[in-house]
Write a protein that binds this ligand. Structure first.
Ligand SMILES: Cc1cc2nc3c(=O)[nH]c(=O)nc-3n(C[C@H](O)[C@H](O)[C@H](O)COP(=O)(O)OP(=O)(O)OC[C@H]3O[C@@H](n4cnc5c(N)ncnc54)[C@H](O)[C@@H]3O)c2cc1C
Ligand code: SF4
Ligand code: SF4
Length: 497
């Protein structure tokens, strides 16, 4: 198996998928030839088409009808939510997924007996937007909640200089807390009146106008960074306010789906299929058909065409331009989509023999070189790892193209935060969401949220965007249902804005 290193964005999916330990990564994946059995599983795990098999792949041609009411490109959480809802509403639906597994950045892959996330840690539990969307589809999930494991706090805080706080509130003084509450409530009122000014101010500047307590500003920075990978200087105040309110709504009900976020993906796929819809994995779409400004269907990479009344794209805005063809789109729209900026971020997923921390499932780590927050899925659901291991996902924004250097800085942070880190580490996998990766957290930066949000309705008639890039303001993937609901109202109720 050959690997085109220059295409590798460092996501680590191939390492997780390979059953023979024939791949390793320090930010760039590498094949270990003596272990490789040419099983080709990595070919269907790589979003960036890095792998070149030694022999031609066996043709994979699932039976696909030549017409579906709705074709959906991509089985990320946005594509699957839209697919399941439309199938339940009586539409014939086909979801086409390029990779060998559904869920995109919102699922887990089994690796060395542990469930390793492809991106997302969790939604915020039954009270989250995703939780409510699932309830509307009559999908019931079990949650691993704070309460069930005897915890009261979502977050604890650790500084690299050794300071520790068991909750965010312990970190901030009484005066700081009052100022914080005032900032959030004032901001909420301001945005509710339709005033868009907070889309243009950074969270850091906005909160600093209420208080100069350095611990408060560290807490704001930690919340912004753990929720999105952005510093509070790069995050719009409106987005920060929404994220904070989302966290408060989840409150004591904060939870992750038992079994990890893939429980959501599995439930959506089941719901899609039970309602007559189809999911085709290993089925990349190469083009969206357009005639006279209207979507006519999709063309698979193997050349087959599928006609459809509606086409939903879940593969990111830049890919949308390529699939439709820039000539079919207004020039200013092409410019807007191709210039959207994703957050460059990474995670170091670790399995340890002893827990790194236990006081809350998330530890925020302000003032580190790179690491901004660490989530422990096994703190809420120990069944996610076998052999009594504990799982920790350390999240960090990246600031250079040198992934090895970025990883070294993140490791140095972990050693400062947890002096016993190297003694208890069993294994780790770095996962980079950088470079040509389709916008790790696109719908979160200035110019992309609030009043500047990208609309799911595209200039192509009957063609819509679903997913992260057209989410509402607030916690990462959990706001995707808002964009999906908008698309559903266009299709099912025929309501176009
Ligand atoms: C490190 C990290 C941590 C995160 N943590 C959280 C978190 O804790 N909570 C949270 O809510 N969110 C989190 N997020 C964000 C969340 O993962 C994303 O918002 C969400 O998963 C994006 O879903 P999506 O529907 O946009 O699709 P994606 O997950 O991007 O999926 C798109 C799918 O489309 C497929 N595709 C693309 N092109 C084609 C094509 N041409 N043909 C067929 N298929 C195609 C892809 O293979 C992919 O499966 C995190 C993200 C990252 C990177
Ligand atoms: S072909 Fe199979 S064994 Fe070889 S690197 Fe890819 S997944 Fe691993
Ligand atoms: S882009 Fe991801 S899946 Fe592809 S080779 Fe690199 S690390 Fe592996």
């Amino acid at each position: 198996m050959d690997l085109i290193k220059s295409l590798c964005t460092g996501c680590g999916y191939c390492v997780l998928i390979c059953p023979y330990d024939a791949l390793k990564t320090d930010g760039w994946a590498e094949v270990i030839p003596q272990n490789c059995t040419d099983c080709n599983l990595c070919v269907y795990a790589c979003p960036s088409d890095c792998f070149v098999p030694d022999a031609p792949l066996k043709p994979y041609r699932p039976r696909i009808a030549d017409y579906y009411d709705v074709s959906i490109i991509g089985s990320g959480i946005g594509g699957l939510m839209a697919g399941a809802a439309l199938a339940q509403a009586g539409y014939s639906v086909a979801v086409f997924e390029k990779l060998g597994f559904p869920g995109g950045r919102y699922t887990e892959i089994d690796y060395k007996g542990a469930a390793v996330t492809t991106g997302a840690w969790t939604n915020l539990g039954p009270n989250s937007h995703i939780g409510r969307f699932l309830a509307d589809l009559q999908i019931k999930l079990d949650y691993a909640s704070l309460k069930a494991v005897g915890l009261t706090e979502q977050y604890s805080v650790r500084f690299p200089d050794g300071r520790r706080y068991d909750s965010l509130f312990d970190l901030v003084s009484g005066a700081g807390r009052k100022a914080w509450l005032k900032a959030i409530l004032n901001g909420k009122r301001q945005t509710e009146t339709g005033d868009n000014a907070l889309d243009q101010i950074s969270a850091a500047d906005y909160v600093a106008a209420f208080s100069d307590d350095p611990n408060l500003l560290a807490a704001v920075d930690a919340i912004a960074a753990t929720a999105s990978g952005l510093s509070s200087r790069a995050m719009p105040a409106s987005e920060y306010i929404q994220i904070t309110l989302d966290g408060r709504t989840a409150g004591q009900e904060f939870a992750m789906p038992a079994g990890g976020v893939r429980s959501i993906v599995k439930a959506l796929v089941t719901s899609l299929r039970q309602a007559g819809g189809a999911l085709f994995v290993r089925s990349p779409i190469a083009a969206i058909g357009v005639e006279a400004g209207r979507a006519t269907g999709v063309q698979l990479a193997d050349g087959r065409r599928v006609r459809s009344r509606f086409v939903l794209h879940n593969g990111g805005p830049r890919a949308f331009v390529n699939l439709v063809g820039p000539a079919n789109l207004p020039a200013n729209y092409v410019a807007r989509l191709t210039n959207l900026k994703g957050v460059e971020c990474a995670a170091l997923f670790c399995a340890t023999r002893e827990p790194l921390f236990t006081e809350a499932p998330i530890t925020m780590t302000p003032q580190c070189r790179r690491v901004v927050g660490i989530f422990s899925p096994t703190r809420l659901d120990p069944s996610l790892a076998k052999n009594d291991l504990h799982l920790f996902d350390a999240f960090f924004p990246t600031y250079s193209d040198d992934r090895s250097a970025e990883l070294a800085l993140a490791l140095a942070d972990l050693r400062d935060l947890f002096p016993h880190f190297d003694d208890v580490l069993e294994w780790s996998v770095p996962m980079f969401f950088t470079g040509s990766w389709p916008g790790a957290e696109t719908g979160q930066t200035f110019g992309q949220t609030g009043s500047n949000r990208l609309d799911p309705v595209t200039p192509i008639e009957n063609c819509f965007l679903v997913g992260m890039d057209v989410k509402g303001s607030g916690v990462a993937g959990d706001l995707i249902p808002l964009g999906v609901r908008q698309v559903l109202s266009c299709i099912i109720d025929g309501i176009l804005p």
